[in-house]
Design a binder for this molecule. Structure first.
Ligand code: SF4
Length: 233
């Protein structure tokens, strides 16, 4: 019988570009496929990894067994993995994905996950994760999210990340946290939108001037985008 595989767009050594671990050397493991289709035209933000899911833009990627993915990751000799996508947690019920996480955990590799937060985190894999960054997508605030999903992430150290372009974005993010019953003290990362230094500065100014009081009670972190500012993937 053929072995179960994970569809992977890319395995590459880099640094974490955003959030409280910005600057940390990691092996990025980017899975194919996403359940959302984020677009600025719909009031959100354009997806910067459309090649993992969008018809006409998708790359081939590789279908790797747990052993194959594990060997590629370990070859970099970096004890941290950033599992991203697409939406990596769409794979969480796959045998190969679980096996890979277990092998990494048992080897002392710290696995970080970046998710859009629409998937309830399975308890069986939560135990293998070191950190989860959850990035709720604006255009889906009212459809895909609910407190029971948010609660499933509480077993792992985690942070919520919101991309900010306008004061409205700040208000919506603050309401989202309340609607989804996110406990006080949770890490909340506010990240300026933009792919140029000028846009980043403009949107950072909005966070600086209007953001702080809206997130009272949360552990608010302003995050840079080192991948743009310093030019790594
Ligand atoms: S959730 Fe992330 S990967 Fe999926 S479409 Fe939105 S930005 Fe792209």
């Amino acid at each position: 019988m053929a072995k179960d595989t994970i569809w992977i767009a890319q395995i590459v050594a880099s640094k974490q570009g955003e959030g409280i671990f910005a600057g940390l050397p990691v092996v990025i493991v980017r899975t194919m496929v996403c359940n959302l289709a984020c677009q600025k035209a719909e009031g959100g933000f354009d997806c910067d990894t459309a090649y993992t899911w969008k018809a006409g833009e998708m790359i081939e990627g590789s279908h790797l067994t747990a052993d194959e993915a594990y060997s590629k990751i370990m070859a970099y000799n970096i004890p941290a993995v950033m599992l991203t996508g697409g939406e990596p947690l769409l794979n969480q019920h796959k045998e190969a994905f679980r096996e890979l996480l277990k092998k990494l955990y048992e080897s002392g590799v710290r696995v970080h996950v970046e998710t859009n937060g629409t998937q309830k985190l399975d308890e069986d894999i939560a135990k293998y994760l070191f950190f989860v960054a959850i990035s709720p997508k604006q255009t889906q605030y009212k459809t895909f999210y609910k407190p029971s999903i948010a609660k499933s992430y509480q077993k792992v150290i985690h942070a919520y990340k919101f991309v900010i372009r306008t004061v409205e974005n700040l208000k919506d993010a603050s309401e989202w946290l309340k609607d989804n019953e996110i406990p006080w003290g949770t890490f909340v990362e506010l990240m300026p939108e933009g792919i140029t230094a000028k846009d980043l500065l403009k949107h950072k100014a909005i966070i600086d001037s209007r953001g702080k009081h809206m997130f009272d009670g949360y552990y608010m972190v302003e995050t840079s985008r080192m991948q743009i500012e310093e030019g790594f993937a």
